[in-house]
Design a protein. Sequence first.
Length: 574
Amino acid sequence: MIELNIDKSRLPSRHVTEGPQRAPHRSYYYAMGLTSNQIHQPFVGVATCWNEAAPCNIALMRQAQAVKKGVASAQGTPREFTTITVTDGIAMGHEGMKSSLVSRDVIADSVELTMRGHCYDALVGVAGCDKSLPGMMMSMCRLNVPSIFIYGGSILPGNFRGQPVTVQDVFEAVGRHSVGDMSDEDLEELETVACPSAGACGAQFTANTMATVSEAIGLALPYSAGAPAPYEIRDQFCMTAGEQVMELLKLNIRPRDIVTRKALENAATVVAASGGSTNAALHLPAIASECGIEFDLFDVGEIFKKTPYIADLKPGGKYVAKDMFEAGGIPILMKTLLDNGYLHGDCMTVTGRTMAENMESVKWNDNQDVVRPANNPITPNGGVVTLKGNLAPDGAIVKIAGMKELKFSGPALCFDNEEECFEAVSNRAYNEGDVFVIRYEGPVGGPGMREMLATTAALYGQGSGDKVALITDGRFSGATRGFCVGHVGPEAAKGGPIALVKNGDIITLDAIEGTIEVDLSDEELENRRKNWKPRKENFGSGAIWKYAQIVGDARQGALTHPGAKGEKSCYADI
């Protein structure tokens, strides 16, 4: 047998490969064509979210083969498996979106169960769509075996009559079409050219935001999260990840050595600096919980407050992920933040080196304007801010990147689900200055905390995107723009103040002061609360019903289990 520098006696896979009593187990591996050497090497799970649901995931099977080559070349035995994904772009705007956030935890759970059931020693996770990225990182931190995250890569931008476009433009075109601003023929032409390749949505929406997080938090190799899905260099990143996870196994560097509070602060910093998705404020607390770290919406918000907005990325800016990769990738963003004191350089990463050591050879590129120097930002405060007030005692969040007006006040226009609101928008049954209130769309009330891109995009398409505001206890897509406040907590289903608002109540939003207020006295709110009754549940069985029974508040990340704080023993140490 080939000698390894890894002591198999301390690895989980010893339970399925070592000793006479494991002869039946080994017989299964021989049945799959493994040699004795391969059986007695460390087992590395290669988890992907491959499926044929959307372009985000379609290239992941190919990338997994490159990961497996890397593992094998470093004397490991790769074992490929897949998990589900729900693709937001297709789930958006209808009942399907109730499955989206639920899928994050199902992904994390299914990776955990596969790894536990087969006693794999390390993990390389390849993910391509919004919830699969945090779900995969959550499972890595939960299992705490040496792990590396690989993003499947972004889609290339489309071209519509000489103009670059993304799927955001198609969603907004639906609004234009509804008011006669776009013909059937033009809409059909746009939809056929907007998404020209494999890969996740191309701008700084949720997938690319969480991909940026993966590098900043230290779980992904430098530059790996920026390369678009069709670029052949992705295979090099994947093979290197396979090789490097074996090095982490030798060094016994684990996700919880990497994902510290400082690393989480680094991750929140890059979200704000890049004008990223508000969904990061839901996923970072969830990842933190898997490590036993308390890091809620307000902790994320404190980082957002002091971070400059420096990456000119859609939807608030001009460029897409491909442009940033070609300008210098996520490392150029992190380098200027580090040089100007906004990042912790002493955090360990999957390279086996610290963040500062990884950044030593990164050079600033003067021949680009995608990323500004951190001491000369687009705006001095981050692209995302948190709000708090009598309408949201447990907080709320809004993306302000690209917004001109950071204050808004107007009468409430209330809806108890997204469909009612979308119908009102489609029929233009609203006035300029209104504050749309979409409630009972929270983690429990939805259930599943739907995103509202269809509605917000339609408003922009109608030319009203900056003339109204919208608040919800649900979520917004990373593609949403305008004064759109999500994650309002406590949610309506739990009797939060958002459930007590009536049409005409004056709501005031202030993204400078960080406040969200309804012009009602405490006494009036209390009187209304006495008359409030919980609504009937929307589901009586199935996965979404089960989720509603156990899910926690958005402020803590919509958690479905106690995290590392409730852990009796760590899987990596079995």
